[in-house]
Design a protein around this ligand. Structure first.
Ligand SMILES: Cc1cc2nc3c(=O)[nH]c(=O)nc-3n(C[C@H](O)[C@H](O)[C@H](O)COP(=O)(O)OP(=O)(O)OC[C@H]3O[C@@H](n4cnc5c(N)ncnc54)[C@H](O)[C@@H]3O)c2cc1C
Length: 333
């Protein structure tokens, strides 16, 4: 089934980069639609529920250093969607610290808020893209077709490049190879329900430097799991790689063992989530890649620098360049 008329812009990926890009374009008067393979929006800014416990199992918090992004952060603070989780955590070297923000109910709050104003087709995994008669068409696994005059790809870059290569789309040769060479590290999250307080120090988030774990957080102390003591553990990239195919009972237990000395309560149950793409090990140096001639733009955290903030800045910059290109072409008409 084809979804209506082509919009001005079609965006693949409704993570923070795609959603902010779409918001900017729509506020400027363009018609936009997003397609995402997830059941919900937010990509790596996601949240899990289990037995009444709530876990942020991807991104844990976000920072803000740019004025443009700050205007959105201020809007979300005003709307009561986010709050400052902390400024300093154990081991921080900056004496003043700086704000780390989180959603009031979890990291998915901001993506959900943004998506509420946008046209998002969820649970649609794009399998193929093609440019036909000056329109981009993206076809999903379910056979649905979505179209737009401009295409913005915001999936983790290797996933976008796989679609681009499979569609036979070619950029300038050296750039194409360089885009293909961007790689991501894998990640592993273990989510555990505890019998009582975790015993973690304030603010409830801790960077770790062991062979197994790089982060742990208490979701109750964070304020998103009021009724249950629920912790999130993140494995180091090396551990995630080594245990990618281990079963949960083994890799989860190894992660719990590594956390054990820091925990003051018993583990009641746990399960794991595999992240195929955490952060790019060799991110792109610019905020986006634009092939104006082919009406395609690549954005996302591989361009902005491996964080929610970087992904957001990439999405905003992608919108800006497209709006400028749109202005120039309407002046030419
Ligand atoms: C475990 C973990 C911990 C992290 N911790 C932090 C942190 O504490 N602070 C921080 O700032 N950052 C953190 N990050 C990084 C941060 O989450 C990301 O940089 C940011 O969320 C990326 O946003 P994005 O929009 O670029 O990509 P994504 O959020 O990945 O969005 C891309 C979207 O594209 C969709 N997609 C992919 N392929 C297709 C397809 N074929 N068809 C349709 N849709 C598709 C995906 O479903 C996804 O929703 C963490 C990441 C992970 C995994």
């Amino acid at each position: 089934m084809t979804h209506a008329e082509p919009t001005d812009v079609l965006i693949v990926g409704a993570g923070i980069s795609g959603l902010l890009c779409a918001t900017e374009l729509q506020r400027a008067g363009l018609s936009v639609q997003l397609v995402d393979k997830g059941r919900g929006v937010g990509g790596r800014m996601s949240r899990r529920r289990k037995e009444g416990a709530v876990f942020d199992h991807g991104a844990q918090f976000f920072t803000c250093r740019s004025n443009h992004f700050q205007s959105y952060v201020d809007e979300w603070l005003d709307k009561g969607v986010i709050r400052e989780w902390f400024r300093k955590m154990p081991g921080d070297t900056n004496p003043e610290g700086y704000p780390r923000y989180c959603g009031i109910n979890g990291m998915n709050d901001v993506p959900k808020l943004l998506a509420g104003e946008l046209v998002v087709h969820a649970a649609e995994q794009i399998m193929q893209i093609e440019y036909v008669d000056e329109v981009w068409i993206a076809e999903s696994a379910a056979g649905n077709r979505f179209s737009g005059k401009e295409l913005i790809m915001t999936a983790p870059l290797p996933q976008s490049m796989a679609l681009i290569d499979q569609g036979g789309i070619q950029f300038e040769e050296r750039t194409h190879h360089a885009l293909q060479s961007v790689q991501y590290e894998k990640g592993l999250a273990t989510m555990a329900i505890l019998s009582g307080p975790s015993g973690l120090p304030e603010p409830g988030g801790l960077k770790l430097e062991s062979d197994v774990l790089c982060w742990m957080a208490d979701n109750r102390m964070k304020g998103i799991s009021p009724n249950h003591s629920a912790i999130t553990l993140h494995a180091t990239p090396a551990f995630a790689e080594a245990h990618w195919d281990s079963d949960d009972a083994m890799r989860g237990q190894l992660m719990m063992d590594a956390a054990g000395a820091l925990l003051k309560s018993e583990v009641v149950e746990f399960n794991c989530h595999r992240w195929g793409f955490t952060t790019a090990s060799n991110p792109w140096k610019e905020l986006f890649f634009h092939d104006a001639g082919q009406h395609i733009l690549l954005a996302g955290d591989a361009f902005g620098g491996n964080r929610v903030e970087g992904a957001a800045l990439s999405g905003l910059a992608a919108a800006e360049v497209l709006l400028k290109a749109n202005d120039t072409s309407s002046e030419l008409c």
